[in-house]
Ligand binder design. Structure first.
Ligand code: FE2
Length: 379
């Protein structure tokens, strides 16, 4: 329903945009409008064709390029819609100019998001105080990374290396990864083992699975092949020194439990996470949960004694604004808790904006994130 509404909005925007361009009766503008329309139609056509073709669906480079092109052309026209429409109705030329300025600025922002934004890792630091944190964990730091989607990086090892160096500069005690190592297949990680093995922390590295790690969104010859893929992915976690927690709890220090559940998401998403079974492995103490999808927090976690939950999944939609007092992304319409720190009662949830990207090969306003969480014991 939301998709059809969005498509109708895009068609209406393109129509208003073209009428406004062609109204100038200038041959260059006429050509620009014609090219814009041609590329828009081609990108939509290629996208639909590619989506129905299994071989092309696995070709991320082509798929992302087409999607990037579509976004770079369609979103600026959306920004043009209101001033453009008002200009058509009122015949005020100035409104049309404002529309073109809005659209141009938006196009430049998208271009920046593709060229630089997706590689612009931000280190976000948070400090959390708890009454009952064991003294042995006071001032301990956790690096959280999430949603690597390594298949989207192609061969850009040198770009990702900068992020690994940023992690290592933190000299943290623990690393936690909150799911979506790959887009679809474990084979995407081949060639990346050496780089990700370079992540250094003092104590230990732990990980969970995200919805993309199960291979649910691609075609497999049979269920055996799909199961082998998941086993290979879990073996990859271990090979790079991560301990996967698949509905498991470990006591990192006496009275400090780290729990990791498999993916549990609302609506159509996989519900493999077994929170009660995982909690049953713990005793009294501080509880830190890794759960990929933040919707798990409101659905189940708030009914438990878990102190802090770390999630990812939303990517902040790779598009939005986080400036001054403004914080908004379209993904907030689907996930009310979509980025950053949230508190319900005494329980905290932190939603990481993601390390990589998927679909749109860029990040506009919502940059890739590495989180450093320092835990403190209240005096
Ligand atoms: Fe993801």
């Amino acid at each position: 329903m939301l998709f059809i509404f969005f498509l109708l909005l895009i068609i209406a925007s393109e129509w208003v945009f073209l009428i406004s361009i062609w109204d100038y009766s200038n041959s260059y503008f006429d050509l620009f409008g014609f090219l814009h329309l041609s590329v828009m139609i081609s990108s939509i056509g290629l996208f639909i064709w590619g989506f129905r073709n299994v071989r092309l669906r696995n070709n991320y480079r082509l798929g992302f390029s087409i999607f990037g092109l579509f976004i770079a052309l369609s979103i600026p026209t959306l920004f043009f819609l209101i001033p453009g429409l008002l200009s058509l109705v009122t015949k005020i030329e100035f409104l049309r100019t404002i529309g073109f300025v809005f659209a141009s600025l938006n196009f430049l922002a998208i271009l920046h998001g593709i060229v630089r934004g997706r590689w612009n890792w931000k280190l976000r630091k948070i400090i959390l105080d708890f009454n009952h944190l064991p003294a042995s964990m006071d001032q301990k730091t956790f690096i959280q990374i999430s949603d690597i989607h390594v298949g989207s990086f192609f061969n850009k090892t040198h770009k990702v290396k900068k992020a690994i160096e940023l992690i290592n500069k933190c000299e943290a005690d623990y690393l936690v990864f909150t799911g979506d190592l790959v887009n679809n297949k474990a084979s995407e990680f081949e060639g990346w083992e050496a780089l990700f093995s370079q992540i250094k922390v003092k104590q230990g590295k732990y990980s969970i699975l995200g919805n993309h790690d199960y291979g649910d969104y691609v075609h497999w010859e049979d269920s055996d092949e799909k199961t082998k893929n998941l086993h290979k992915l879990i073996a990859t976690h271990k090979a790079i020194g991560w301990t996967p927690l698949l509905n498991e709890a470990v006591e990192l220090q006496t009275g400090f439990w780290l729990l990791g559940v498999e993916n549990w998401g609302s609506r159509r998403f996989k519900k493999n996470g077994k929170l009660q079974e995982t909690l049953a492995q713990t005793t009294e103490g501080f509880k830190l949960l890794l759960s990929h999808d933040p919707s798990h927090f409101d659905a189940q976690v708030v009914h438990t004694d878990i102190d802090l939950t770390l999630s990812g999944h939303t990517h902040g939609m790779q598009f939005g604004i986080e400036r001054f007092f403004l914080k908004w992304s379209p993904v907030s319409l689907v996930y009310p808790k979509w980025a950053g720190l949230y508190k319900v009662g005494t329980q905290y949830l932190y939603v990481n904006r993601g390390f990589g990207y998927l679909g749109f090969p860029g990040r506009v306003g919502i940059y890739p994130e590495i989180t450093e969480i320092t835990l403190r014991r209240k005096p």
